[in-house]
Design a protein around this ligand. Structure first.
Ligand SMILES: NC(=O)C1=CN([C@@H]2O[C@H](COP(=O)(O)OP(=O)(O)OC[C@H]3O[C@@H](n4cnc5c(N)ncnc54)[C@H](O)[C@@H]3O)[C@@H](O)[C@H]2O)C=CC1
Ligand SMILES: O=C(O)[C@@H]1CCC=N1
Length: 270
């Protein structure tokens, strides 16, 4: 990528700022970055925090080589309608929105504009993101590699067929929320058992980090790691029996099916 390559982030909410901050951490010069953000107060905040230029969406689209669209799925049609007139062949549009298909974007931008669909997640804020990318129908290998590099600056990236994007959204896109929910529940349980909140919080967070590291570094199946903790007739077996009685496994399946279905609905609402 040339040193004069310019990237614009349109929609600088939670995910947009996550990407922007990652690009800055990865060493992108702020004069190579542009932001399009509708809320004036938010725009000022980002200008102050990163020293980045916040411009109109049309300006961002006209001046950037790569555009990351990070608005809500419901706002994507409006944004594309606004910028389509200034987009030109050879530019890359990367959409991070749940449910929005590359076909939808391609039908609203000039021919020759490359489109890539991405499902990122918020751990990108600490460079531990998980992103899955899928090329649109007119996307060259170079453009796909460029989108991959954009997301690789904030974590891991895999390439997947677009038909898997709704499932990916349900697993890794929304995934951090499920993990935080489990963490929250365990901390509360510790408090119920009489532990100070700060102690409970430290115990749970380090247990999460340690368990995640074991999964990654040993490559051992989670069921095997779980069995290693579960002494016959012991405490863990008693706890796991309760999780089974309360159908936690079935609840996870139902939850992720609901997320996958919602992603499909967002696509249908385009
Ligand atoms: N938050 C998350 O964990 C993830 C979000 N995403 C996707 O990222 C996208 C954004 O989500 P969030 O950041 O959570 O939402 P958000 O509401 O925090 O951010 C959206 C931003 O877009 C701005 N915006 C709306 N219309 C605009 C327009 N016409 N021009 C310029 N800016 C405009 C809003 O002012 C807001 O700052 C969604 O499509 C979502 O599916 C994907 C994966 C994870
Ligand atoms: O909740 C949502 O719709 C977005 C997409 C994945 C995570 N957050």
């Amino acid at each position: 990528m040339s040193t004069e390559h310019r990237t614009a982030v349109i929609g600088a909410g939670v995910m947009g700022e996550t990407l922007l901050s990652g690009l800055v951490r990865a060493g992108r010069r702020v004069d190579q970055l542009l932001v399009g953000e509708k809320r004036a107060e938010r725009a000022r905040e980002l200008e102050e925090r990163y020293g980045v230029a916040v411009v109109s969406n049309v300006d961002a689209a006209a001046r950037a080589d790569t555009l990351a669209l990070v608005v809500k799925p419901q706002d994507m049609g409006d944004v594309l309608g606004e910028i389509a007139g200034v987009l030109r062949p050879g530019q890359l549009v990367v959409s991070l929105a749940a449910g929005i298909t590359t076909a939808f974007i391609e039908s609203r931008v000039p021919a020759g504009v490359a489109v890539v669909r991405v499902m990122p997640n918020t751990p990108a804020l600490v460079d531990e993101g998980m992103a899955a990318i899928s090329p649109g129908s007119h996307c060259s290998d170079e453009h796909l590699a460029e989108a991959e590099a954009l997301l690789a600056s904030v974590g891991r990236v895999i390439r997947i067929p677009e038909r898997q994007q709704d499932a990916v959204t349900a697993i890794s896109g929304s995934g951090p929320a499920y993990i935080f929910f489990v963490v929250e529940s365990m901390i509360e349980a510790g408090v119920h058992l009489g532990l100070p909140r700060s102690t409970s919080s430290e115990l749970v967070i380090q247990t999460l980090v340690g368990s995640a590291k074991m999964l990654r570094e040993t490559g051992t199946h989670p069921a095997v790691l779980r069995e290693q903790v579960t002494s016959p007739g012991g405490t863990t077996a008693s706890a796991l029996r309760e999780l089974e009685i309360h159908r936690v496994r079935a609840a996870f399946l139902a939850a992720m099916e609901a997320a996958r279905n919602r992603s499909r609905e967002l696509a249908e609402g385009q």
